[in-house]
Design a protein around this ligand. Structure first.
Ligand SMILES: [Zn+2]
Length: 220
């Protein structure tokens, strides 16, 4: 049934011109007017983690929901591009550009079980689009460095920072530590919560010798 649902959605996407999820105007999956009105997040994140939009914005919430549960992959591509445009200045400011060595772009992995159910990892869609939005020599998309070992309780369901840290501890492994040594890495996720997944991944990448690791999320 899941496959059938995916196929029907893809068929509908081809058949009908793209309608904005915010105002339902036939323009794009998110029209420019709605994009300009999305609430930029003002809530603080953890050190070295940057988020673009406020997850409380109903259109932002809906976009991420539809990307995850309605198989609208194109929304992820759009969000990846917006993430690039919205946060590229931060990269400039942080002076993390390295001469001759590309920045590794790593999507936050989901468990195999989840990936099979959903058909794709939404963070991979966002991260790929993020990479393609910039200078091709600058970024290198790497989705085979980190894996998620186990299914965890969704972080957003846990009420405090400590519970989240505990829930995610040991959930990820680095497959290839050699290629991470001395590298600058940007981790990409759809939503970041305080004390969440990104912190754990930053920690294990640093432990493996990465030079600088930062996290970018579409929403917080
Ligand atoms: Zn709109």
């Amino acid at each position: 049934m899941k496959i059938l649902k995916i196929l029907i959605n893809q068929f509908l996407e081809i058949l009908f011109p793209t309608k904005c999820i915010g105002c339902h105007k036939y323009e794009d999956i998110l029209c420019n007017n709605c994009i300009n009105n999305l609430k930029i997040t003002e809530r603080p994140t953890e050190d070295n983690i940057y988020a673009l939009y406020d997850y409380k914005d109903p259109i932002v919430k809906d976009a991420i929901w539809k990307l995850k549960y309605h198989h609208i992959k194109y929304l992820g591509e759009k969000l990846g591009k917006l993430l690039y445009e919205g946060l590229i200045e931060n990269i400039d400011e942080m002076k993390i550009f390295q001469q001759g060595s590309p920045i590794y772009i790593i999507p936050v992995p989901i468990s195999n079980e989840k990936k099979e159910n959903r058909g794709y990892n939404q963070s991979e869609v966002i991260a790929k689009s993020f990479c393609q939005s910039g200078n091709p020599n600058l970024f290198l998309y790497q989705n085979k460095i980190i894996i998620k070992n186990k299914n965890t309780i969704p972080q957003a369901r846990l009420t405090n920072r400590n519970k989240r840290l505990q829930n995610i501890k040991g959930a990820f492994s680095i497959i290839n530590t050699n290629i991470i040594k001395g590298k600058t890495v940007i981790i990409i996720d759809d939503v970041t919560t305080t004390g969440g997944t990104m912190l754990e991944i930053i920690k294990i990448l640093k432990k493996s010798g990465a030079k600088k690791v930062i996290g970018f999320a579409v929403a917080h």
